[in-house]
Design a protein around this ligand. Structure first.
Ligand code: ADP
Ligand code: MG
Length: 215
């Protein structure tokens, strides 16, 4: 089954064509890597799949239904978008990991939060201030916030591009573990060669058009 079908999608801003007639299928359970030059439209495509922006024309089909037919809450809970620069809020790591429980009206499962922090090399970080941790640590906290309630799809926009080698490895170890254990579908925008090796599908975008699609 296809997780997504992107059909004749265009995105135009002030008569500038940012994406041109995109037609791709993303199979359920695939690990798709999207690469291509800077400014080619990779983030725009990923944001559209994550429903952060809407296509000017064309359709995005998710699990055989048009993206527009889902409620925003339902869609966000299934399709989780991770920003290149993590955005943390509140004062502590705990504030960020409690948030997904708060919006669902559930009690915070601190044990689960601690367990996930342990998994990414952040044991004992739960009460740290968000201004007292490094960029690599913030990215891992943001990632845990995205998956503490496991989504079905994880959209990653160059999430390790600004990180040091050690943080990068921690993040990829965690993502590979999620991919192998949770039956996720992952779409990842990247330039990193080691990540491309893990891909089951590859899409190359240039100038707003898909120039190569390999499965
Ligand atoms: P990539 O992620 O591949 O580097 P982007 O998807 O961020 O590329 O951007 C593709 C092109 O579209 C760039 O030229 C960018 O400046 C332009 N662009 C993206 N969003 C907007 C917008 N809202 N308004 C104007 N231009 C935009
Ligand atoms: Mg980008």
């Amino acid at each position: 089954m296809n997780c997504f079908e992107i059909k004749d999608v265009n995105y135009t801003v002030k008569e500038q064509h940012i994406l041109n007639n995109i037609n791709i299928e993303i199979p359920e359970g695939s690990f798709t890597v999207v690469s291509g030059p800077s400014g080619s439209g990779k983030s725009t495509l990923l944001k559209m799949i994550g429903s952060l922006i809407s296509p000017t024309s064309g359709d995005i089909i998710y699990h055989e239904k048009n993206q527009t037919s889902y409620s925003p809450q339902e869609y966000r809970q299934e399709v989780s978008y991770c920003f290149q620069t993590p955005v943390l809020f509140g004062e502590t790591v705990r504030d960020n990991l409690k948030f997904p429980y708060e919006i669902r009206g559930l009690d915070f499962d601190e044990g689960r939060a601690q367990h996930l922090l342990d998994t990414v090399g952040l044991s004992g970080f739960i009460d740290k201030g968000i201004n007292d941790i490094s960029g690599g640590e913030k990215q891992r906290v943001a990632l845990i916030r995205n998956v503490i309630f496991m989504p079905k799809v994880l959209l990653l926009d160059e999430i390790t591009s600004a990180l040091d080698t050690e943080s990068k490895q921690e993040v990829w170890k965690f993502i590979n573990k999620l991919y192998s254990e949770e039956k996720l579908t992952i779409i990842s925008v990247t330039h990193q060669v080691d990540e491309i090796e893990n891909a089951t599908h590859k899409i190359i975008i240039e100038n707003g058009s898909v120039v190569n699609y390999e499965s």
